[in-house]
Design a binder for this molecule. Structure first.
Ligand code: DX5
Ligand code: ZN
Length: 218
């Protein structure tokens, strides 16, 4: 499978969001990465249902929604209503993760689990069969434009082995500080989806930056 590129809308221009959505529609990007922050699980607040609903109206690609919120179960049906295709929750925010995953699937979405940088991938061993995607945070969640944490590389290697043994269809997505200095290595080690915010939206030619990320060899 060719790797997936998921531009993070957190770094888009909210004064002209339609423009950035069209740019992604017409680019080689595969998904829209949508970061939802509640000011409790992470020290920042981003945006919620109305914005996602507006993105969905003109987006021509799946919405990859990353919830950085406590108690995500409360809102799963509403995220489906506003158009989420992939819904990813944080392992650190879910006491009954298995139930949460079931709930996401019952609502007709693909289910992802995200891990903070300090959370070992081994914690996924009993749930890896039940999920579609793992989102490894390569920065501490809450903000775009942070520096990539190098320890992510060894987490990818371990997770790739687990996935090869137990769930060959698992998508391994990397989020935070992804750019041209690490993207190729991430793919080589076994990641197959890359989120990028600042690297894409702060570049001179975002469409070209996306196609460069997409055409990496591995
Ligand atoms: C951080 C978010 C990321 C962020 C990535 O908490 O989950 O998706 O937007 O932005 P960059 O690529 O700029 O690190
Ligand atoms: Zn994210």
């Amino acid at each position: 499978m060719n790797h997936i590129i998921s531009p993070s809308m957190l770094s888009a221009n909210f004064n002209n969001l339609g423009n950035d959505i069209e740019m992604i529609n017409n680019s080689q990007a595969d998904w829209f990465h949508i970061d939802v922050m509640d000011g409790v699980f992470v020290p920042n607040i981003s945006f919620g249902f109305p914005i996602i609903n507006h993105i969905k109206k003109i987006a021509k690609k799946p919405l990859d929604v990353h919830l950085m919120i406590v108690d995500p179960d409360k809102y799963i049906a509403e995220f489906k209503n506003v158009g989420a295709d992939y819904l990813t929750v944080h392992i650190e925010a879910c006491t009954h993760l298995h139930r949460t995953i079931q709930n996401i699937h019952t609502n007709g979405m693909k289910a992802g689990v995200s891990l903070n940088p300090h959370t070992p991938v081994e914690l996924l061993s009993e749930i890896i069969n039940d999920i579609d995607l793992v989102l490894l945070m390569s920065v501490n969640p809450g903000f775009g434009g942070q520096k990539f944490i190098e320890n992510t590389f060894s987490k990818i290697e371990k997770l790739r082995k687990m996935a090869d043994a137990k769930n060959k269809n698992l998508i391994i997505e990397i989020d935070g500080g992804v750019d041209n200095t690490n993207a190729e290595k991430l793919i080589k080690l076994g990641a197959n989806a890359l989120v990028a915010g600042n690297y894409i939206f702060k570049s001179e030619n975002p469409t070209k930056t996306i196609s460069n990320l997409k055409s990496l060899n591995f």
